[in-house]
Design a protein around this ligand. Structure first.
Ligand SMILES: [Zn+2]
Length: 86
């Protein structure tokens, strides 16, 4: 589980803009991310502990990867909808 910071997510987001992976929602805070070129699919999960956000991915990366950053905008939308309907 890796802490998501503004700095590490900015780097990963730059890579996601180039790679443009396909993101599918499995459930809130759980996503499937597919590389369009290789077809490789990884699972991304988010956890929130207090005010800190954490992400994890099943790919071999040891840092916040672009799979995680690709899911963040969708996760933010889902989170805001859940607050409104709660
Ligand atoms: Zn990854």
């Amino acid at each position: 589980m890796l802490e998501i910071t503004k700095e590490n997510i900015e780097k990963a987001t730059a890579k996601a803009r180039i790679a443009k992976p396909l993101v599918k929602v499995i459930e809130f805070r759980r996503y499937s991310v597919t590389n369009r070129e290789t077809g490789a699919t990884y699972e991304v999960r988010f956890t929130k502990i207090g005010n800190q956000k954490f992400g994890e991915c099943t790919c071999p990366a040891t840092k916040i990867c672009y799979h995680i950053s690709s899911c963040l905008p969708i996760n933010a939308v889902l989170a805001s909808q859940m607050i409104q309907t709660a």
